[in-house]
Ligand binder design. Structure first.
Ligand SMILES: NC(=O)c1ccc[n+]([C@@H]2O[C@H](COP(=O)([O-])OP(=O)(O)OC[C@H]3O[C@@H](n4cnc5c(N)ncnc54)[C@H](OP(=O)(O)O)[C@@H]3O)[C@@H](O)[C@H]2O)c1
Length: 250
């Protein structure tokens, strides 16, 4: 399948890194210098956005949600398939601006830059398997049954790297406060996250927590401090707020 990226920003480039060796890629944008840079980096074709004809193309729409109307207004024709990574933007909203036979929403995360995105997707089932294969080129993916579910998943996996970065930073800060050197604290925290990744693939989080939290032990003290400060509620609220924001974007 040939793929045409509309946009060459952070997320587009992260996806292109995982795709360019196995897919024919074209990148479309408004800035010639940026197009030239991406062409040099990945050997992709490029084209200007103005009056770009999308007839029969498979597009990956990778611009900011608030410029959808402006960007769509510069293109003409009827695409075969549009994959939209625009956070929160519903397929019905895409249809108001762009013509295509099929639409699929794809929600990657920043892990794509290391071929480790947790991507969710939903939409026209006609291209389900092909698009899952595309998404697996830059990480792992999960097809969801509705757009509501992808908006919820966006609040966890799309925004999640920011939440976990705060956790990593706070843990390191805690260690520094107790007297550890900053670089040692960060090295230890990164190692902790690597190990957690493997543990979570095999165990329920509650089982991991219970296996570490021994009676009257050090971890029990730490967990008590987290609960006392409402950490669980704060994370649940973070997901809900991000989900509500996604719903408000249409
Ligand atoms: N970053 C993430 O973690 C993440 C995760 C999931 C989904 N997404 C989605 O990915 C999309 C892109 O985000 P990003 O993080 O890659 O942003 P970004 O790095 O800022 O890239 C934005 C892209 O939009 C283009 N653009 C902006 N205004 C434009 C305009 N008026 N006309 C034409 N092109 C315009 C930019 O081109 P210029 O450089 O020429 O302005 C650039 O190609 C968003 O819809 C976001 O919801 C992002």
């Amino acid at each position: 399948m040939k793929l045409t990226f509309i946009g060459y920003g952070k997320m587009a480039e992260a996806m292109i890194k995982g795709l360019y060796e196995n897919y024919e890629i074209e990148v479309v944008g408004r800035n010639q210098t940026k197009l030239e840079k991406i062409k040099q980096s990945y050997g992709v074709k490029t084209a200007p956005l103005e009056n770009f004809n999308i007839d029969g193309k498979n597009l990956i729409l990778a611009v900011k949600p608030y410029v959808l109307a402006e960007v769509a207004g510069q293109m003409e024709g009827n695409a075969n398939l549009i994959l939209s990574i625009l956070a929160g933007v519903k397929i019905d909203s895409l249809k108001l601006h762009l013509n295509s036979s099929s639409f699929i929403r794809v929600m990657p995360n920043v892990g794509a830059s290391n071929s480790a995105s947790m991507t969710t997707l939903t939409g026209d089932e006609k291209y389900k398997n092909e698009v899952i294969a595309i998404c697996n080129s830059f990480g792992k993916s999960l097809w969801l049954g509705s757009e509501n579910e992808i908006d919820i998943a966006t609040a966890v996996a799309g925004s999640g790297p920011a939440y976990l970065a705060i956790v990593a930073e706070a843990l390191a800060d805690g260690a520094v406060r107790c007297g550890l050197k900053r670089e040692d604290a960060q090295f230890i925290t990164a190692g902790l996250f690597e190990g957690m990744n493997l543990l979570l693939n095999h165990s329920d989080p509650a089982i991991i927590k219970n296996s570490v939290m021994s009676p009257a032990g050090t971890t029990a003290e730490g967990c008590y401090a987290l609960e006392k400060n409402g950490v669980r509620q704060a994370f649940m609220e973070a997901v809900e707020k991000a989900y509500q924001k996604a719903l408000s974007l249409n």
